[in-house]
Design a protein. Sequence first.
Lengths: 183, 144
Amino acid sequence: MRRFTESFFAIFLCLGIVGCASVPTGFLKPSSDYLANRQLQMRQYDTTDQEKIMSSVASVLQDLGFTLDASETQVGFVAASKRADATNKGQMFLAGLADALNALGGHPSNSMAACDASQAIKASVITKPSLDSKKIVVRVTFQRIVWNMANQINRVETLKDPAMYQKFYDSLSKAIFLEAQSI
Amino acid sequence: MKKLKNCCGIILILFLIVSLSGCATPAVNALKSDASQVKLRSMQTRAFDTTDKKKMMQTVISTMQDLDFVIDKADYTLGSVTGSKFLGQAVVTMSITVRPRGEKQLLVRANAQYGVKSVEDPATYQDFFTALEKAIFLTAQQVD
């Protein structure tokens, strides 16, 4: 009887785990920090020349090592991506240590394979006139996908590091300034 | 020996369950959706009293960005915008089309996918249109 209950329980557990995951709700609601994100991702430029801003954006993306994937000038949109190295020495050291200790203990493991190896970073930029049509608003968003040593996707995330956005806008400001000076 | 047999039996049953209950979708389902076409269209579509397609598309894009989407593609002629966002380990992709409806209105249609499933919950789309309404200062009207 006990065996029966056990196997029944196991089957039930499997059904629960394997069953199709349902679609969550509410993911199209603005999160509470969307205003902070705007502040992070948006800048205004004192010009109405959208074309100039867009070509500067494209050249800045190239300067930062991105390749352009798609664009639509009529709505002021540019998308770009790049592949980069994602190895982290600290992470690899810990994984190596864990593997070595496990091997010594007689249980060989391969934590190293789970370490970050490479990443694809995607950037998308929108430029549009501000509400009073006197300025151009630029907004950039970054996403990345990280693969591990075994070539599996380790994680996917939207990047929120202020330094990264600052670097993009510093380069953009420089590019616009340089072009205005036309040296 | 008997124990081993029992064990094999259980493993077999588990294996059957796993293979039978997985989310398999054969290629035949490529054009299938769960909700009826009309119902789906009405929850995914709203009309707005404006004819400024460019502004509408730019507002759609900024609303999507507010919702953490990264825009992948946009096309002014088709009036389409496609974006994706990450929700835990799942990828949500959404595409929006903006097209004229009569002389005075624009029709906005959104459809979202969560992983391999299409989103067919009216409340989720309503959330999006509520955000869009606020951004463009116009009322989203239900169309039949």
